[in-house]
Design a protein around this ligand. Structure first.
Ligand code: DP6
Length: 360
């Protein structure tokens, strides 16, 4: 597939006014996307678990307008008008206009809400951009009713990527690969695909408890962080390592080797943060409590032999991942020992999920 495949032929149907609502989940990367070029092309492959509970619900109302000169839309978060969200959406619309040529024909009202606290550091751009891409694709499907489900998912992921890279991994479940790499057949830089190989039952209903360590706005956005990988002294090695890690992960997922899984996942998380610390300008997104939690996880793991591991995204929060079979003991540990390190004692229990849903 190339970009050209996502440019539609002239539409046969016409579409008047209507509304559509989708809910789309966040995702947590096991092998991290960090570094991009051109229009949201990743420098290395990544793979993530789609989540179930952390999601964005977006209702899109579209009303045909007379002129087709400019984009016209309003955005609301939890019922409040959010003009500060508009530039990001405007950029998104500009990038995708050639693929969704009806964008200037309608006025859009975008009403959105998250099931997790705003600015909790949970990737709302992944769930937010994927939810919006899904709503737009639902409209495109009215223009072209012959569209297959496979193409719908591919193109939605392709569009979501142009809004936020990681958003392309939030359309389907449970494990999504984004970025062309030798070891994964049909993997693409343009959109995410479902992980195509065998996954052991150990990963069924895999748990993710997210400790909210710091809820403030990040000092450095992911977008800036990605840019700092240009000319980064370790970039070449890091990108090559991600390809190798993808290959290493395959037999781990197949055999259900949880110790090897944890080793790879934690190494990826710390490498991501090492890239931040070694870029110029350098920065640190972990907080003292992030490190406290990591050390306590390691100690508990050594003492109990349970399969508890962590990953981090671009922030201070800690995602604690573990198999469903060990849920009771690990949750007890989290509640007794780790909640004290969370801001206002807040954490979110989530698990691997099936992907986005249309609500109406
Ligand atoms: C650290 O997808 O938020 O979470 O493409 O600029 O929107 P943009 O960046 P974004 O980057 C996410 C980076 C990460 C790792 C990951 O999810 O793979």
């Amino acid at each position: 597939m190339t970009e050209q495949d996502f440019i539609p032929k002239p539409y046969k149907n016409s579409v008047e006014n209507g509304t559509v609502t989708w809910e789309s989940p966040s995702n947590i990367a096991l092998i991290k996307y960090w570094g991009k070029r051109d229009l949201q092309i990743p420098e290395n492959p990544s793979i993530s678990f789609t989540l179930s509970e952390c999601k964005t619900i977006t209702k899109l109302t579209y009303t045909k307008k007379n002129d087709t000169k400019d984009f016209s839309f309003d955005v609301f978060l939890d019922g409040d008008k959010k003009d500060d969200f508009k530039p990001k959406i405007e950029t998104f619309f500009k990038r995708i206009e050639v693929y969704v040529p009806f964008l200037k024909d309608y006025h859009f009202t975008i009403e959105t809400k998250n099931t997790f606290p705003h600015s909790s550091g949970i990737a709302s751009s992944a769930s937010g951009m994927s939810a919006l891409a899904l709503c737009l694709m639902r409209i495109e499907r009215l223009f072209n009713s012959e569209m297959s489900n496979t193409f719908f998912n591919q193109k939605t992921s392709f569009l979501a990527r142009l809004g936020s890279g990681s958003a392309c991994r939030s359309i389907e479940g449970n494990l999504i690969v984004w970025g062309a790499t030798k070891s994964i057949e049909n993997s693409s830089d343009l959109f995410g695909i479902k992980y195509p190989y065998k996954v052991h039952d150990n990963f069924k209903n895999y748990q993710d408890t997210i400790l909210l360590i710091d809820k403030g706005e990040k000092q450095v956005s992911s977008t800036v962080g990605h840019q700092l990988m240009h000319g980064h002294p370790f970039a070449k090695e890091r990108f090559a390592q991600a390809h190798d890690n993808m290959e290493t992960l395959k037999p781990i997922l197949e055999t259900g080797d949880l110790n090897a899984f944890i080793n790879l996942m934690e190494s990826e998380a710390l490498t991501l943060h090492a890239m931040m610390m070694t870029s110029n300008p350098y920065f640190i997104l972990m907080k003292p409590n992030t490190l406290e939690v990591i050390n306590r996880i390691w100690k508990f793991r050594t003492e109990t032999g349970l399969h508890i591991g962590f990953t981090l995204d671009a922030g201070a929060n800690v995602h604690i991942l573990y198999p469903q079979s060990e849920k009771a003991q690990i949750l007890e540990f989290i509640e007794n020992e780790l909640v004290a390190y969370c801001k206002n004692g807040e954490y979110i229990c989530d698990q691997i999920g099936l992907g986005a849903n249309q609500i109406e």
